[in-house]
Ligand binder design. Structure first.
Ligand SMILES: Cc1cc2nc3c(=O)[nH]c(=O)nc-3n(C[C@H](O)[C@H](O)[C@H](O)COP(=O)(O)OP(=O)(O)OC[C@H]3O[C@@H](n4cnc5c(N)ncnc54)[C@H](O)[C@@H]3O)c2cc1C
Length: 377
């Protein structure tokens, strides 16, 4: 590659794979720097398995610092705070600003809690995962002292919320702790975009796992050990987890890049509104190609991003932009929903493979293989 400085902001799925792809293609990565607020990147596909007690903390992490260094790139452990597009530098907490010629942003998203009063203080959002893990581990330490069933409420009934609820129930079972796990969803049904047979199967699996599902209920406030609904009714809980739709943090919203809703706007070449600035994964959105916030797409974007970063690096300053590669997402992809008990449901479009050990083995293999590719170097 050229002498141009490429700065990868965030150690998400897309950037980890970009490093791998460029290294496998034989590029020298000495002008590439990856900045992440943590030296280990959690792999969210395995988080619910961790909650359920099926994986250890080490098993669900990618050592992004070690991997970055192993491919010859520079790693900086710091949280980005802002970007100066005039000076081409990123301000990071506790470090000098970092210069770039080409920037790529892959810093993920967090559940939006702005419509729920007190959620930031009294509930635990499933992301950032590191914070969630810490809070959940603390909770489990004290849980065994309770003399009544532990009450856990999961707010948000998307796929992540569904998996989390079953994982909580599974973990309590594994620890011989009596529990009441409730999943609260604002919409009138779970998975409204899924085929009706898939939805019913997921609902039955939740019920068999011991999760009580409550739909058409909007949570408006969370206080200590209490979830308050729009109707005024309150539900008591010992642990409240939030998995509402993903948004981006304030510093991303204030970057000055054009936005699509709450996300950085990108085109189908993953470029933002500023030349030589790219974005991928949950932090970015293409208004003409809206995709669910899913790790699958962050992973798939990596190849296009790697190609375009190389093209941008090879283009001389002042010359016309090159013809960038386009990202073409597939319409459907396989979704695997684990039940916290060593089984999983698989679905793709209208197809459904009911809850089974075999599908869990498939999910486990896919997830472990994903992480394994970063352990080889
Ligand atoms: C419980 C749960 C289960 C899920 N299961 C699945 C699944 O099975 N399959 C699937 O496809 N999707 C799943 N998802 C969705 C998936 O987590 C996201 O779509 C995916 O993680 C997005 O990847 P990303 O590369 O955009 O960013 P992320 O994986 O979120 O990574 C962002 C990285 O940037 C770093 N970072 C953040 N802020 C800063 C900053 N200021 N400065 C520097 N670094 C920063 C973070 O530390 C992190 O390493 C799940 C989500 C949850 C919550």
């Amino acid at each position: 590659m050229s002498e141009k400085k490429i700065l990868l902001l965030g150690g998400g799925h897309a950037h980890a794979l970009v490093l791998k792809i460029l290294s496998d293609q034989g590029h020298s990565l000495k002008h590439v720097t990856l900045v992440s607020d943590s030296n280990r990147s959690p792999y969210s596909g395995m988080l619910t398995g961790y909650i359920a007690g099926l994986y250890t903390e080490d098993e669900i992490h990618l050592d992004i610092e070690r991997f970055t260094r192993s491919v010859g790139a520079t790693f900086v452990c710091a949280a980005a705070q802002s970007v100066d597009f005039e000076r081409n530098e990123v301000a990071v907490r506790g470090n000098n600003p970092i210069k770039f010629d080409i920037l790529s942003i892959n810093t993920g998203g967090t559940p939006s809690t702005k419509s729920i009063l007190g959620a930031d203080e009294f509930a635990v959002a499933v992301k950032p995962i590191g914070h969630f893990q810490k809070k959940f581990t603390e909770f489990l330490k004290n849980a065994s002292t309770k003399t009544r069933p532990i009450r856990i409420i999961q707010v948000g009934g998307g796929v992540a919320g569904i998996e989390c609820a079953m994982a909580f129930a599974g973990r309590c079972r594994r620890l011989n702790l009596e529990s009441d796990v409730t999943l609260i969803e604002a919409r009138s049904q779970l998975l409204p975009d899924a085929a009706s047979w898939t939805r019913h199967h997921v609902e039955r699996t939740l019920s068999k796992s011991g999760v009580q599902v409550m739909t058409s209920l909007k949570v408006v406030q969370i206080s200590k050990d209490l979830v308050t609904l729009e109707s005024g009714e309150s539900l008591a809980a010992d642990f409240i987890s939030v998995s509402t739709p993903v948004t981006t943090p304030e510093w991303v919203k204030n970057l000055g890049l054009r936005h699509s809703g709450e996300f950085i706007e990108i085109d189908n070449t993953l470029q933002t509104s500023v030349r030589n600035v790219f974005a991928a994964g949950d932090v970015a959105k293409n208004g003409f190609q809206p995709l669910p916030r899913s790790g699958v797409y962050a992973v798939r974007q990596a190849r296009t991003l790697a190609t375009n970063l190389v093209l941008a690096a090879k283009t001389a300053n002042g010359s016309a932009p090159p013809t960038y590669a386009k990202f073409r997402p597939q319409k459907e992809h396989l979704k695997l929903i684990m039940d916290g008990n060593g089984h999983a449901i698989a679905t793709r479009g209208l197809l459904l493979w009911p809850n089974s050990k075999l599908m869990w083995k498939l999910k486990d293999r896919i997830d472990r293989n994903f992480l394994r590719q970063f352990q080889k170097n």
